[in-house]
Design a protein around this ligand. Structure first.
Ligand code: KMH
Ligand code: ZN
Length: 277
């Protein structure tokens, strides 16, 4: 068993700055967060950006500026979200890949998402997967429900391995409409992941109060961790999250207790097949 790959997802597209003032929404806030999370032990940053009004955007220029700023100030692996917000059109989500990230997310199916629908048609998934392979971008396959692992198997069978040859999935658990954030659901996914190409790795994140059971289950099953204010804005009952660093520090503490200390950015690149800078 290796050390623990820790991803920070600091912003997301769902919480508003007004409701969650600690959310990093400007490039400066994002870079400051990234530097501190890297110092604590994060190796990947999963990035959603906001516009001047702090609303989610996929503006190509701002995406490029964000990638450049993060690359200049940190050694974190930069993973852009191709999921965006549930309202983003497919063309804008595909265009995210033009901003030059090292990794990008790639969701393996449509899922109810609270009162909305996060739409991911098969042809769109194939397009994302293929364009990432052409551009040398390593995908992180986002899994919101058990059957999406079967979709991933179908994708890899029909369209080949991703760039770099390593398959990495992220279990996004506890979304209202997706699989629950429980140890039982994680074990079911773990079983299905064993049918994917040898060496496939996984991380897991639990939305809201499922963050702790999912983190503990993932560590004990040999998985990796994603934490951040995209997924969790309450640290404990009645205590809002103060910063992304608070969540990363907690994840690092659990990883160390499990005797699986955080992977460095260099080790993470080696594990995932992301080229060295
Ligand atoms: N904001 C969600 C609709 C991803 O980043 O790829 C989609 C999401 C997944 O967050
Ligand atoms: Zn995301």
């Amino acid at each position: 068993m290796t050390g623990t790959l820790i991803t920070v997802a600091p912003t997301g597209a769902e919480s508003s700055k007004a409701a969650v003032p600690a959310l990093p929404v400007t490039i400066d806030e994002l870079v400051a967060t990234a530097k501190e999370c890297e110092a604590l032990g994060a190796a990947i940053i999963h990035v959603h950006i906001r516009d001047d009004a702090a609303e989610p955007t996929l503006d190509p220029g701002r995406l490029r500026d964000t990638v450049a700023a993060l690359r200049q100030s940190t050694d974190l692996i930069i993973q852009l979200s191709s999921g965006g917000a549930v309202t983003d059109p497919e063309a804008a989500r595909l265009a995210v890949l033009d901003a030059g990230p090292e990794m990008a997310s790639c969701t393996m199916g449509t899922v109810n998402f609270g009162d909305a629908v996060f739409l991911n048609r098969w042809d769109f998934i194939v397009d994302l997967h293929t364009r990432m392979a052409e551009r040398g971008i390593v995908p992180e396959y986002e899994i919101f429900d058990l059957g999406q692992l079967t979709t991933l198997q179908r994708l890899l069978d029909r369209h080949g391995l991703p760039y770099g040859g390593h398959v990495h999935v992220d279990l996004v658990m506890g979304v209202p409409g997706g699989m629950p954030g429980t140890a039982e659901a994680l074990v079911a996914c773990h079983r299905a992941i064993r049918d994917l190409p040898e060496g496939t790795t996984f991380s897991a994140t639990g939305i809201g109060r499922t963050t702790l059971p999912v983190m503990l289950a993932s560590l004990s099953a040999g998985g990796h961790l994603r934490v951040g204010m995209e997924d969790t804005v309450t640290y404990a009952k009645g205590r809002p999250v103060e910063s992304n660093m608070q969540l990363v520090a907690r994840a690092v503490g659990f990883a160390q207790l499990a005797q699986r200390p955080p992977l460095t950015t260099t080790e993470a690149r080696e594990l995932l097949g992301v080229p060295a800078r």
